[in-house]
Design a protein around this ligand. Structure first.
Ligand code: F6P
Length: 489
């Protein structure tokens, strides 16, 4: 039995209230990877016990829904969730979220292989935070730690992701008596690849990040490679020493392990069973064309420009298919995301022209698509084309495998995925089973993989892959993690 999960700390709340209380409109939780993975282990609040989720108050009407300390009960499929929101002044939040978390740590953490700023020309160099921005990151992390420490009876506190990396050490400093777990949803960088961006203050900030995580009892990562790279950084930056199963630092042992996240397959299946095919799918079918879909957040880690180049090459080589690319707007107000848009627009214009001469439909839009349409597109695709340059896990292939399980095996899609995404490590050995790793920086190679995939080569999504996705579901991930919190290193 895993220990009871008293506290979840995540930068984002379980849901944001975007409607006033009186409007009585249904509140819907998000569908981000973090939330999907953690949701199955939430323990309903019975009035005395259960999970308390602590997240930032970012919804327009959040303040209307909470009591003076930020608490409310949020309905979830598992029962009521005790929820606490922390509110921050705009400038503090901007420094913490836009400048430190997403302009420094996010691009830095994804430097797992190549020097991406150099080789892509659009991937931003991690920007050294100013003193004021760093202070904002520390202030937000301290507020989360303080809120958690106020729960004197909590036995377990599970801290999530790069926005809250300082919290484990801060919690320990504050004398938190329970067990502290930390999980990094992103990749962890190769310190040698990151080296050019770790000079002076940047090195100190990254050292503080690693030291913060080392405050936990168990630190979890998406893949064994991420875990090894973390241990290497802990040794180099924090004077830790490697011990079996983790590291030793300040006379304590920190268990470090790989725990790849998963999805809730039943939830995807339920949607896939009932979702109508979107109109773009129906149009492609009328033209008897196979459908290639690319769905993601419009993030510079997702390899969208290179993929569009591959798609253009494929059209020019005479391949005929309908391309449906949808990039959801994300992290608006962060400069690097705005710059990316013009790069995507330029590559999309070229691919659109190539599609025009091939007489094929082509869409690349920046839009928020509802969850039902996302699942329907994954279910209806002939090729699911995702090519992250680096990705903690990338749940698109997981969702696609489950959505496609409703189709007969010989009609299923092929998933093409960036080889450095966690999913390609988690399902290594499934290249003949419909999950094809590609070099996301090589449009020629991706174009070839696409042409093969359109022919069902080297293999369509198999029952073996589907079973494995089911086995690696979110519940197995979360319970496995929490069980290790009890086990000695
Ligand atoms: O779930 C995927 C993810 O990228 C997490 O790593 C991260 O915590 C979350 O999304 C953050 O998203 P946002 O910036 O929209 O809050």
């Amino acid at each position: 039995m895993p220990p009871s999960l008293d506290l979840i700390l995540a930068n984002r709340a379980y849901l944001d209230h975007e409607a006033p209380r009186w409007a009585d409109s249904p509140t819907q939780a998000g569908s981000g990877g973090l939330l999907v993975a953690v949701r199955p282990v939430i323990e309903p609040w019975d009035g005395h016990r259960g999970t308390t989720w602590i997240g930032a108050g970012l919804g327009r009407y959040d303040r209307e829904w909470v009591d003076s300390a930020g608490f409310e009960l949020v309905p979830t499929p598992r029962g009521p969730l005790r929820h606490r929101r922390l509110f921050f002044p705009n400038a503090t939040w901007r420094g913490h979220y836009a400048d430190v978390s997403n302009s420094f740590f996010w691009p830095l953490l994804h430097l797992v292989r190549a020097d991406l700023p150099l080789v892509t020309g659009y991937y931003p160099a991690p920007a050294t935070p100013s003193r004021a921005d760093w202070d904002a990151y520390v202030a937000v992390n301290s507020a989360f730690a303080k809120a958690a420490a106020e729960d004197a009876s909590a036995q377990v506190c599970w801290v999530h992701d790069y926005q809250l990396a300082l919290v484990p050490a801060l919690l320990r400093e504050q004398g938190f008596a329970g067990r502290i777990a930390y999980f990094l949803h992103t990749p962890f960088p190769d310190i040698h690849v990151a080296e050019p961006y770790l000079r002076g203050e940047s090195r100190d900030r990254f050292g503080a990040f690693v030291a913060g995580i080392l405050g936990s009892d168990v630190a979890g990562f998406q893949s064994p490679a991420d875990c090894e790279r973390f241990i290497e950084a802990a040794i180099a930056l924090c004077g830790a020493s490697a011990v079996p199963g983790g590291v030793e630092v300040d006379g304590r042992t920190v268990r470090c392990g790989a725990y790849p996240v998963g999805i809730d397959p039943e939830e995807v299946l339920a949607v896939a069973r009932s979702a109508q095919s979107p109109s773009r799918v129906r149009q492609a079918r009328e033209q008897q064309l196979p459908i290639v879909v690319g769905l993601e957040r419009g993030d510079f880690t997702k390899g969208i420009p290179e993929r569009l180049r591959a798609v253009a090459t494929a059209f020019r080589s005479g391949l005929r298919f309908a391309y449906i690319g949808i990039a959801a707007p994300t992290r608006e107000g962060v400069a690097a995301y705005e710059d990316l848009e013009s790069v995507i627009d330029r590559e999309a214009a070229r691919a659109r022209e190539a599609a025009f001469w091939a007489g094929c439909p082509f869409t690349q839009v920046r839009a928020n698509v509802g969850w039902t349409d996302v699942v329907a597109l994954q279910r209806d695709a002939s090729v699911v084309f995702t090519s992250s340059l680096a990705d903690g896990q990338n749940l698109v292939p997981f969702q696609a495998a489950i959505a496609q399980s409703l189709r007969p095996a010989e009609q299923r899609a092929v998933i093409v995925a960036g080889r450095d995404a966690g999913v390609c490590q988690t399902f290594a050995g499934f290249e003949q089973d419909g999950l094809v790793p590609v070099d996301p920086l090589d449009p020629e190679a991706m174009s070839f993989a696409l042409s093969e995939a359109l022919e069902g080569r080297p293999g369509r999504i198999s029952d073996r892959l589907i079973d494995e996705v089911r086995r690696h579901d979110a519940r197995a991930w979360a319970t496995g993690f929490l069980e290790d919190l009890e086990a000695p290193c």
